[in-house]
Design a protein around this ligand. Structure first.
Ligand SMILES: Nc1ncnc2c1ncn2[C@@H]1O[C@H](COP(=O)(O)OP(=O)(O)O)[C@@H](O)[C@H]1O
Ligand SMILES: [Mg+2]
Length: 377
């Protein structure tokens, strides 16, 4: 039997809950060509939300084309430009012949090297001589606008893990260039999203940076309890099982409303359930999940410094005034400078999240493991 929960993949249809307002706003921005920036930690549902809004927006507007680019493994401009060209052409062509045609027609300085895959989808891949791209990147940056005009289309370019461009060589110069082109586009809008809150904030909210005030800023939250509880109820019922109210609430509480973990723990609980999922089953599933992840947690923990761990210990204990002499002494924290340094490093490596000064653990299961296993020993 197919299991009713999914995690680690895009949540669609029955697997998707909540986000009504966010979906409506995003569809509105896509169809009216407003730039949008979405920020949330990883696994909170950005890709799923963008995917849902993409479908709805394209249903509403037959002249709209939306292309998706993921920068997760893109580390330099060269790779960025070739992906951009390729995805824009693919999204605006209905057949591979048309894609080849576009690749030839829309460049004047650049000479694309076109190759067609041998698989049945015949995906067209386009490459350029990097030296000429370096001299004429404008052709690629304006490609979407050109195609949109020519074919009477509207285009939205969605770029995931956008913060990676901050790691290119000379990122400010590169961002200036992107912005100066993109802000002139009439028929192309951009949806830029990423998982590193601190880096995304730096790119989009620092008034000295090129992308300052580029578009609507959307902070995606976790999923609220009533939606998750209703979602568990439906998915259990769809498969001829049920879940008690207490059990459903316990799942939400144990994963701290984290969308990915909510689905994962629900799945583990569902697998252990014959008819009715109880609190005991959820607790058992949770222990198994913690156990399953513990090796990973050990690995993460090994990369942390003693001062970082001391700081985490104080956080986990719920200390409010960590920089007070008493608390610093209790947790062997050497100085307030050490706190600031630990905090910055832990945010940078995604252990902690800083939401307008409110510090929390990105991974609720890791926080639980630190508390009940690591620091308990
Ligand atoms: N709207 C949603 N409803 C239910 N589950 C969701 C939703 N959004 C995300 N999830 C869960 O979180 C996981 C990660 O979602 P994803 O969209 O890939 O997040 P992100 O792009 O922010 O990393 C999904 O596989 C799914 O389990
Ligand atoms: Mg994603």
């Amino acid at each position: 039997m197919e299991t009713p929960f999914i995690f680690g993949k895009i949540a669609t249809e029955k697997n998707f809950t909540d986000r009504e307002q966010e979906t409506a706003n995003l569809v509105q921005n896509f169809t009216s060509q407003i730039n949008t920036i979405i920020i949330s930690p990883r696994r909170w549902g950005k890709s799923s939300l963008v995917c849902k809004a993409t479908k709805l927006a394209m249903e509403q507007d037959s002249n709209l084309r939306i292309c998706h680019i993921d920068l997760f493994n893109v580390r330099d401009e060269e790779h960025f430009y070739s992906l951009l060209a390729q995805k824009v052409i693919a999204a605006t062509s209905s057949k591979w012949e048309e894609a080849v045609e576009s690749a030839k027609a829309f460049f004047s300085h650049l000479v694309p090297k076109i190759s067609i895959g041998s698989d049945p989808s015949n995906e067209v891949s386009i490459d350029f001589d990097w030296e000429t791209v370096k001299q004429n990147p404008d052709e690629i940056l304006d490609l979407a606008e050109k195609i949109a005009k020519k074919k009477q289309l509207k285009i939205v370019i969605c770029i995931d893990e956008f913060q990676n461009i901050a790691e290119f060589s000379d990122p400010d110069y590169f961002q200036k260039r992107l912005r100066s082109h993109w802000q002139q586009h009439q028929r192309v809008a951009y949806c830029l999203y990423g998982s590193k809150r601190h880096m995304m904030m730096e790119v989009f909210t620092n008034s000295s940076k090129p992308f300052y005030k580029f578009g609507d800023l959307m902070f995606l939250n976790k999923i609220s309890t009533p939606y998750l509880v209703a979602f568990f109820n439906t998915r259990f019922a769809d498969t001829g099982k049920s879940i008690s109210e207490d059990a459903a609430n316990l799942i939400v509480q144990l994963v701290d409303n984290h969308p990915y973990y909510a689905q994962q723990l629900a799945q583990q609980s569902w697998l252990r359930t014959r008819d009715v999922c109880t609190v005991e089953i959820v607790r058992e599933a949770h222990s198994a999940l913690v156990e399953q992840l513990s090796l990973l947690f050990v690995t993460i923990t090994e990369t942390l410094t003693v001062q970082q761990l001391n700081y985490l210990k104080a956080l986990i204990a719920g200390e409010k005034a960590i920089s007070s002499t008493k608390v610093m002494h209790r947790y062997k924290i050497s100085s307030t400078t050490s706190i600031a340094r630990s905090k910055a490093a832990l945010i940078k490596n995604d252990v902690l999240d800083n939401k307008a000064g409110e510090i929390s653990f990105q991974d609720p299961i890791y926080a639980y493991w630190l508390k009940t296993v690591y620091f308990a020993n």
